[in-house]
Design a protein around this ligand. Structure first.
Ligand code: OAD
Length: 248
């Protein structure tokens, strides 16, 4: 590719990824289907605290399907390109992802903030126990209960460790991202495979610009916040990312 992005020794690189980066692994993006429905339910109805309160078994079935799908696919060249970049830059690199499929971690990304949670973690909806690894599929009408609550004679339902519509992101994650931006002598911000429709992630480009960042969007289609970027490379992240960086 012509127009490679040069990264010198003072440049720190913050990458934000969205569902588009996993598309070439075979995971459909959120806004891929025109009706945005899952089994005739609006996504908001199965990915919200209200949805969980109404029908936890349905929510677990939705996430169990997504667990099964994510487990059946592999990271693609876009994921691997970000691992290669991190290996060259070390602590001058940070990856924030909206994806919950775990593919960046499986590819080998380590300086990784999963701002919307992780499909393969579960936590209690009642008690304060830490999220724990969980690959189980709750595909029937089963709703798992919390063992820790039961030990105390209480009752709590387990829930996916996902940031749902209407919920706040973990402030520690946001702080880690802001601190990275603030400490960078020269910041390069790359967003890839995200429609720029969901905040606060869609606003990272604006924060980055306040710190003087160069900003580049890699996306197959126009993004809602596309006008905020200095440059848009229209294409598939799995084709663009492996060829993009020239690290000096
Ligand atoms: P979207 O589904 O909104 O957007 C995916 C974007 O990726 C679209 O703009 C596509 O054009 C683009 N795209 C598709 N395939 C691509 C490819 N191979 N290479 C590059 N771009 C490609 O997904 P997100 O922006 O990630 O939240 O959605 C943000 C959040 O909305 C999600 O994290 C999710 C959802 O509600 C939660 O689950 C909390």
């Amino acid at each position: 590719m012509s127009d490679k992005i040069e990264i010198d020794r003072d440049t720190w690189v913050l990458v934000l990824t969205g569902a588009g980066v996993s598309a070439e692994s075979g995971i459909p993006t959120f806004r891929a289907s025109p009706d945005g429905l899952w089994e005739n339910h609006k996504i908001e109805d199965v990915a919200s605290p209200e949805g969980f309160a109404d029908n936890p078994a349905l929510v677990w079935r939705f996430y169990s399907e997504r667990r099964a799908k994510a487990k059946s696919v592999e990271p693609n060249p876009g994921h691997h390109a970000l691992v290669a970049l991190e290996e060259k830059l070390g602590d001058r690199f940070l990856l924030a992802t909206q994806n919950v499929d775990g593919l960046h971690g499986r590819a080998g990304s380590r300086r990784l903030v999963e701002i919307h949670g992780n499909l393969f973690k579960t936590r209690c909806s009642t008690c304060e126990r830490d999220p724990f690894d969980d690959e189980d599929l709750y595909a029937s009408n089963e709703v798992p209960g919390c063992g820790k609550c039961a030990e105390r004679g209480d009752f709590g339902l387990l829930r996916p460790h996902i940031v749902w519509f209407g919920e706040m992101l973990d402030p520690r994650d946001l702080h880690r991202i802001s601190r990275f931006m603030a400490n960078a002598p020269k910041l390069l911000f790359i967003a890839a495979g995200t429609s720029g429709a969901v905040y606060p992630a869609a606003g990272f480009v604006n924060n980055a610009r306040k710190f003087g960042a160069r900003t580049v969007l890699i996306n197959a289609d126009a993004a809602d916040n596309g006008a905020e970027f200095h440059r848009w490379i229209q294409g598939k992240s799995g084709a663009v990312l492996p060829e993009l960086f020239d690290v000096r």
